[in-house]
Design a protein around this ligand. Structure first.
Ligand code: BGC
Length: 405
């Protein structure tokens, strides 16, 4: 069993489901001549228009929470210009959740960035904390009274994780994240480094986050505020003990410590990586892997939740966990096993407030395009028709029982 009031739901990110996100840097990257994207996001799942149906479906399944993101590029398509229409749209989304008894968990930035922001250097631009805080303040003024949970940044550590592990854990695709832009952009006068700005490290991202938290806390409502982290279960293979500790410290623990001043930390876990003396090892021979090539390793959730609790010392919300597969039974088996690990952590006293599965809809998996199917609900891309998968009904039954079924 899980604690009373436990949040059971699914998560999405705006660029991956909304469609037509033309003001974002990601859209531009997708259409570049030598784009690394398998295909462009295009209309995606047309969730921008179909959210009423999608939220109703989620609620009908028995789920009681929905994590979705606000697209900064829509709300502030040009620096300093805020679109009232876009803000109203997201307020309607929040209101729709509430009408269905669904708790909204709102992410303010999920990888995709406004073009103007990326072009100026992205997160590494010294102006970034002020720019993001201004957006966060404006958005909170518009929806904060209705929103109980806010995630400022999605997987703020993902670039760091990528650089340390030298693997792409998820959506860590340089261009999409603005990393290439940041490295290319001319540094402003007085910047000690030559040839561009550094990748956004923990110091930079913590500053961005902190300023945003202040802005959100000064607005209406009283949301719990935190950021989400990509927590791969980083394990030591033989001879890799020192390296594992160093990588984990830099890519995860330093970031978890930032959460100590927050209301919660969002944990996002998919798999493990084993670190040898020289490098990250491939999945063990014979191990099952997902469409993304990651090892199917459900204990990762319990492990990383415990790690997060130990180092962040604040309540935990599982903001993403899932697998890319066309075998829906495998999705249920993976999730069931992951939830066993989560239940065990809860039984041991870890304060976990909810579990939000990645993801509600089969969607645009960044550079991999639409071929990766992480969704609880399939989407026919010719007409946007939705088809609920058995895994969605199963997770809904778990939610209704507030425990494994
Ligand atoms: C990201 C999602 C992504 C998922 C699967 C997470 O790291 O937040 O946007 O789709 O992993 O790759």
């Amino acid at each position: 069993m899980f604690p009373d009031g436990f949040l059971w739901g699914a998560a999405t990110a705006p660029h991956q489901v909304e469609g037509g996100n033309v003001g974002s840097e990601m859209w531009r990257s997708e259409w570049m001549p030598n784009s690394t994207f398998a295909e462009p996001s295009g209309d995606a799942c047309d969730h921008y228009h179909r959210y009423p149906q999608d939220i109703a479906t989620l609620a009908g399944l028995g789920l009681n929470a929905y994590r979705f993101g606000v697209e900064w590029a829509r709300v502030e398509p040009e620096e300093g210009y805020f679109s009232r229409a876009a803000l109203d749209h997201y307020r309607r989304m929040v209101a729709t959740c509430l009408e269905h008894g669904v708790t909204p968990v709102v992410t303010y930035s999920h990888f995709s960035l406004p073009r103007w922001f990326a072009a100026a250097g992205g997160w590494s631009n010294p102006a970034a904390p002020d720019q993001f805080a201004r957006y966060a303040a404006r958005l909170t003024a518009h929806i904060g009274d209705l929103v109980p949970w806010v995630c400022t940044l999605n997987e703020s550590n993902v670039i760091s994780l990528l650089l340390h592990l030298r693997v792409a854990p998820a959506a860590a695709r340089e261009d999409g994240l603005g990393l290439a832009e940041a490295l290319r952009a001319p540094a402003p006068a007085g910047t000690p480094k030559r040839g561009g700005w550094p990748p956004p490290d923990v110091e930079i991202m913590a500053k961005v986050h902190r300023r945003a938290v202040e802005a959100i806390k000064s607005g209406p409502g009283n949301p719990a505020v935190g950021w989400t982290l990509a927590l791969i279960d980083i394990q030591a293979a033989e001879g890799g003990e020192q390296r594992q500790l160093a990588v984990r410290q830099a890519a995860e623990l330093d970031w978890l410590e930032v959460s100590r001043d927050d209301d919660f930390v969002g944990v996002q876990t998919y798999t493990r990586e084993r670190v040898g003396s020289e490098k990250v090892l491939p999945p063990p021979e014979g191990a099952a892997t997902t469409q993304t090539g990651w090892e199917v390793y459900p204990p990762a959730l319990g492990h990383t939740v415990r790690l997060a609790a130990e180092h962040a010392r604040v309540p935990i919300l599982v903001t993403e966990n899932g697998m890319a597969t066309d075998d829906d039974d495998a999705r249920v088996a993976y999730t069931r096993a992951a939830l066993h690990g989560l239940a065990a952590a809860v039984a041991d006293g870890v304060d976990v407030r909810g579990y939000l599965h990645w993801t509600l809809l089969d969607n645009f998996e960044w550079t991999s395009g639409f071929a990766m199917t992480f969704g609880l609900i399939a989407v026919d891309r010719t007409n946007f028709a939705r088809a609920v998968k058995p895994s969605a009904r199963w997770l809904g039954a778990v939610a209704r029982a507030n425990g494994l079924v």
